[in-house]
Design a protein around this ligand. Structure first.
Ligand code: SAH
Length: 267
């Protein structure tokens, strides 16, 4: 049986150029319903070729991002440490690097986005609350940022991406950060999960479907947790814990806005 672990052979860590913006329905972001805090949907920006060298400043910017996440209620030190360690600016286009530590989703090409830092922190924290997951699955790797965060403290991270160009981008970025051995990336339709690798202690779905795929619920270990956005225009984060062989407990969390979960693959 072929290995489910994609290895790849090229090393083209470099920045692709993609213009385009991100719309309110395409942002992997939190939705604030009562207008107190802006939803942080970034303004559309044209692509620029300006080189933004964050250099040493990136550490300070990350520190500010972590302080903000704490204020927003994120408490899990494993998650905060992991997000402090991962250089988010290396996962976005050079023209957007200076905005990488804002609390905003940003375009990564192919009409997809890198999730808002708060959304990443919230999902990972909820999945890991009161447990130490050893094997997790991420559906929708995108540019690989959340996989890199998970790989900081989770032993076995499996991530699936359905768009070939993004799969390549994630692989190259994870490789250049020496994380590719810890994140097993698969190009494919993550709605089917990875039956050959299951059960998972945790599953994070980074794109919104009308319903959470049953295959993913079945691939959760008993006691494991899955977190996913659910809905079409109105979406919510749903936290599911598998309580027994045929029982799952469901909890609805915040309103969010994610890119759609789609079947099949895109070359
Ligand atoms: N996890 C990313 C978020 C990427 S956006 C981050 O760290 O920021 C969500 C991603 O889900 C997109 O790249 C999209 O192509 C992918 N996606 C949507 N449906 C999918 C499916 N069925 N299988 C795998 N990936 C999927």
């Amino acid at each position: 049986m072929p290995s489910p672990f994609a290895t790849g052979s090229t090393n083209r860590f470099g920045r692709s150029s993609f213009g385009g913006g991100v719309s309110a329905t395409n942002s992997n972001t939190r939705v604030i319903l009562h207008g107190k805090v802006p939803a942080n949907v970034p303004a559309v920006r044209s692509n620029t070729s300006t080189t933004v060298n964050l250099g040493l400043n990136s550490e300070r910017s990350r520190g500010m991002m972590i302080a903000r996440l704490r204020k927003q209620g994120i408490q899990d030190e494993r998650v905060l440490d992991a997000m402090m360690a991962v250089p988010r600016h290396l996962f976005v286009d050079e023209g957007l690097a200076s905005r990488a530590y804002e609390d905003a989703a940003l375009p990564i090409g192919y009409s997809q986005t890198i999730s808002q830092p708060w959304v990443v922190a919230r999902m990972v924290s909820a999945m890991c609350e009161n447990r130490v997951p050893v094997k997790v699955l991420e559906v929708g790797a995108g540019c690989g940022y959340q996989s890199a965060v998970l790989a900081q403290f989770i032993k076995e991270v499996h991530a699936v991406e359905r768009i070939r160009g993004l799969y390549d981008m994630a692989r190259d970025r994870l490789r250049s950060l020496k994380l590719i051995a810890r994140v097993r990336l698969t190009f494919g339709d993550g709605m089917a999960g990875l039956p050959g690798v299951a059960p998972f202690d945790g599953i994070i779905v980074a794109a919104a479907g009308i319903k959470i795929p049953q295959a993913l619920l079945e691939q959760l270990a008993i006691g494991g947790r899955l977190i996913a956005p659910e809905g079409s225009t109105a979406q919510r984060l749903i936290l599911i814990e598998r309580t027994g062989a045929t029982t799952w407990r469901r909890e609805e969390l915040e309103s969010v806005r994610f890119v759609p979960l789609k079947p099949g693959t895109q070359l």
